[in-house]
Structures are given as structure tokens and as C-alpha cells.
Design a protein around this ligand. Structure first.
Ligand code: ARG
Length: 457
């Protein structure tokens, strides 16, 4: 096959090598960015007097035509093209003739691919940000609807202290708010344009990189041409941000799977987001949550692939870097799908407050409150802790709960205990009295909701 670089090489590359080298199957999705980048490049070349104004107009018209033909499906990608950059240039030259060959003045595919990828990733970041906002909005809605539903809070997956379910949900909202922050930060760092760095060393033409960057919406230009073409930090940063989102989704998925089980039955996921078994008629499996949990594996893998791909590369461009796109695109697609299934799954999730309360009534999760009560009566915390523990043991041995233990039994352990102990260990009171900032009290949860709403506004 004839090559753009024919001139030096006498023999053709083998078909096997062509296929191995080609990236169009992966990078064709950046066609819009590639074409818009080329339009900006033509305008810059004309502005700087490197090409004539009418040449610029033909290039721009030709490129715009290619864009609309790809958009409408009229122009299919040529699977034999080496990559999206070569494909667009090839079609352009076929369509407008010799002038098409002028477009590649004062640039290289090295700065071109760096540009395309940044433009593409910025758009994808905005989509992910939007999806994260929707997810936080659904978590807020569930928190509001279940604001005072009592559930055990856990440590070591052992019932620990009573909390409001809304508080638990808002913990996830906080994680996803940080994820939004990270994505915004990533967009910020992608804000410098690599185009004009050319192959690695800049160009002998008197170009205007700032002008071209401005046309494409960048607020600055990469200041070192070698760095501009060899930098994939933003790619890794985004892969890492996505890995973090995926890890958060996976933790929530794990809880949904537990909560959906008969052992917990805290929630009922909608039929729309569960599946039946091919053999067991009673099954309602949380497949979506399980899959989201499972997908984290490939997302973490993509991050590692990118780090390893880059770590040994000498400056500047190396073909290894072509591998960046498959990894980051897969992370983007996967997190996109995960978020798109998660948002309506949370929206349609039914909470079962009775089961949460029933669980909260077992496991002596008000034992800390009993100890706190004794501290208020004047005991040092360690002594209070010990008495509270002895009372729990007595309850276990006699099959009772702290709420129903007779006052005489309490007083046999500590004569400071009075009738007001029952109020102190009432589950609802236990939750409501955790008034410290960020605690589980209703006022605190409402403050969190307020904060989260503002953050996604
Ligand atoms: N398809 C290539 C990539 O994705 C484009 C850059 C090619 N540059 C080169 N010097 N071969 O990395």
C-alpha cells in the first residue's frame, strides 16, 4: 500500500505489519476532534501567511464536508488506513486535490494525536462529570426520602452503632463529589494545547500556537515541545480518576448485593435491574451491581497498562504510545456504562425500613450510648465501657436486650443507673444525639444534603 512517507522507503511494508500498525479501528472515534483541529490549523497557517487565504478556505470547506459526511454515515472509515489522521488527510486530498497536501505544514502526527486525544478526553470528562452529578442527585433523593430510617452502622461488618440510612447514603455522595472534583481538576490540567510542537522540536515556520490553541478552546499552550508530544499524564490521571470512581461504585455495589440478600433484605432492587435464575424460580439476582463491581477489574487494569506502557519510554514520541487510546477509551466506556445503569438502579431502589430497624434492634448497637450515659453520671469512660460490656454479656446470657432489661438488673451492676437510662439507649435518641459536626443526627444529614445540592448545582 502506498504510504504518506513514501520517498525514503523503497519496499512496501507487509500486510501483516500494516494491520498490526493500524490504529484506525480504535482512534476513528476522534474524527471530530481531528477535523476540528485541522480546521483550526488551516486558519492559523493562513493567519500567519504560510498558506493563502483561498487555500485556507478550500481546506476548511473540504474538512467540513468530510465531517458532515462521517456524521451522516455517508463516508465510512477505511479499515486499511493507518490511523484517523491519515484517513482524513487522504480523503481531503482526494476531494480537493494538491492543496490538501499543504495542511500538514508546521505540524506532525505527534502533536496532532496529542491534540486530538486531549480534545476528546475533555469532552468525555464533561460527560462523566454530568453522570456523576446525576448519581449524586439520586443519592440525595433517596437520603431525603429515608431521612430518619434507622439502620445499624457497621465496622468489621459487625453491627456497631445505630445511624440513619440517609447518613450512610450521603457517605457515598461525598465520595462521588470528590470524584467530580477530580474530574474537574483533570479538565483543568488538560487545558494546554500541544499543537504546534510538531514532531518534537517545534518548526521553522513562524506559527502562532496561541491563536490556534484559542480557536480550539484551550487557555494556554504547552511550553516545551518535547513535553507536548510525549506527555500522556492527563491520560493516566483520567484513568486513575475513573479507577477511583469505579472503586466507589464497586463498594456501593457490594453493599447493594448484601442489602438485597435475604440475610439483610434492607432493600429491594427494581425488577428492571435484577435478573432471575434459569433454574431457581425464587431468585432475584443483583446482576447489575455485581457487574459494576466486576468491571472495576478491567478499569484498574487499564490504569496499570498505561503506567507500564509509558514508564520506560525515552522522549519524545514512541509508537508504544498508540496503545494509550485503547486503554483510556475502555475505561471511559466502561465507567459510562456503569454510571448509566447505576443512576436508575439507585433511583428505583426500594428501602425496607422495618428490616433495617429490626436489624438495629439486635446486636446491642446502643452499648456505646449506655457507656456514654454512665460517663455523664460521672464514671471515667474506661470504667463505663466495662460496665456496659458486662450488661451486654448478661443480656446475651439471659436472652434479653438492653432496652428491656429491668432497672434492678442495671442497678446490680452500677448504682448510678436510674430510670433515665431507657431514654439514653432508645435507638432513635442514640442517632439523634450524635450531634457532632458530620455525625449521623438529622440536622447533620440535612446539612450534608444542603452541601451536596450546592456542589452539583
Ligand atoms: N496513530 C498514532 C498514535 O496513535 C499517531 C501518531 C503517529 N506518529 C508517528 N510518528 N508514527 O499514536
Amino acid at each position: 500500500m502506498a504510504k504518506m512517507w513514501e520517498g525514503l522507503n523503497e519496499a512496501d511494508t507487509s500486510a501483516i505489519a500494516d494491520g498490526f500498525n493500524s490504529s484506525i479501528a480504535v482512534d476513528h472515534r476522534m474524527y471530530r476532534e481531528d477535523i476540528n483541529g485541522s480546521i483550526a490549523h488551516a486558519r492559523m497557517l493562513a493567519k500567519c501567511g504560510i498558506i493563502e487565504p483561498d487555500e485556507c478556505e478550500s481546506l476548511v470547506a473540504g474538512l467540513a464536508g468530510i465531517l458532515s459526511d462521517i456524521d451522516s454515515g455517508k463516508l465510512p472509515f477505511d479499515p486499511n488506513a493507518e490511523d484517523i489522521h491519515m484517513f482524513v488527510e487522504q480523503v481531503l486530498t482526494e476531494r480537493i486535490g494538491e492543496i490538501g497536501k499543504k495542511l500538514h505544514t508546521a505540524r506532525s502526527r505527534n502533536d496532532q494525536v496529542a491534540l486530538d486525544l486531549k480534545l476528546y478526553l475533555i469532552e468525555e470528562c464533561r460527560c462523566i462529570e454530568g453522570l456523576l452529578k446525576s448519581l449524586v442527585a439520586e443519592l440525595i433523593k433517596q437520603a431525603e426520602e429515608n431521612i430518619e430510617v434507622i439502620v445499624p452502622g457497621y465496622t468489621h461488618l459487625q453491627r456497631a452503632q445505630p445511624i440513619f440510612f440517609s447518613h450512610h447514603l450521603m457517605a457515598y455522595a461525598m465520595m462521588f463529589l470528590r470524584d467530580i472534583d477530580r474530574i474537574r481538576d483533570c479538565i483543568k490540567r488538560m487545558g494546554s494545547s500541544p499543537i504546534g510542537a510538531c514532531a518534537l522540536a517545534g518548526t521553522t515556520f513562524d506559527t502562532d500556537r496561541k491563536f490556534e490553541a484559542g480557536l480550539l478552546g484551550f487557555d494556554s499552550i504547552a511550553l516545551n515541545s518535547i513535553d507536548a508530544v510525549s506527555d500522556r499524564d492527563h491520560c493516566i490521571e483520567l484513568a486513575s480518576d475513573i479507577a477511583m470512581i469505579s472503586m466507589h461504585l464497586s463498594r456501593l455495589s457490594e453493599e447493594l448485593v448484601l442489602w438485597q440478600s435475604w440475610e439483610f433484605k434492607y432493600i429491594e432492587l427494581s425488577d428492571a435491574f435484577t435478573t432471575g435464575s434459569s433454574i431457581m424460580p425464587q431468585k432475584k439476582n443483583p446482576d447489575m451491581a455485581e457487574l459494576v463491581r466486576g468491571k472495576s477489574g478491567r478499569i484498574f487494569g487499564n490504569l496499570i497498562s498505561l503506567l507500564v506502557m509509558l514508564k520506560g519510554l525515552p522522549l519524545a514520541y514512541n509508537k508504544d504510545m498508540q496503545e494509550d487510546k485503547e486503554a483510556i477509551f475502555d475505561s471511559i466506556d466502561t465507567i459510562d456504562n456503569c454510571l448509566k445503569v447505576f443512576i436508575p438502579m439507585i433511583e428505583t431502589m426500594k428501602v425496607i425500613p422495618e428490616n433495617m430497624l429490626k436489624a438495629a434492634q439486635g446486636g446491642f448497637i446502643n452499648a456505646t450510648d449506655l457507656a456514654d450515659y454512665l460517663v455523664r453520671k460521672g464514671l471515667p469512660f474506661r470504667s463505663a465501657y466495662k460496665i456496659s460490656g458486662q450488661l451486654v454479656r448478661e443480656c446475651i446470657e439471659t436472652g434479653q436486650v438492653l432496652e428491656k432489661l429491668p432497672l434492678e438488673a442495671y442497678q446490680a451492676h452500677c448504682d448510678l443507673i436510674e430510670d433515665d437510662v431507657y431514654d439514653a439507649i432508645d435507638l432513635k435518641n442514640c442517632v439523634e444525639r450524635r450531634i457532632s459536626a458530620g455525625g449521623t443526627s438529622k440536622a447533620s444529614v440535612l446539612a450534608q444534603i444542603e452541601y451536596a445540592k450546592e456542589a452539583i448545582a
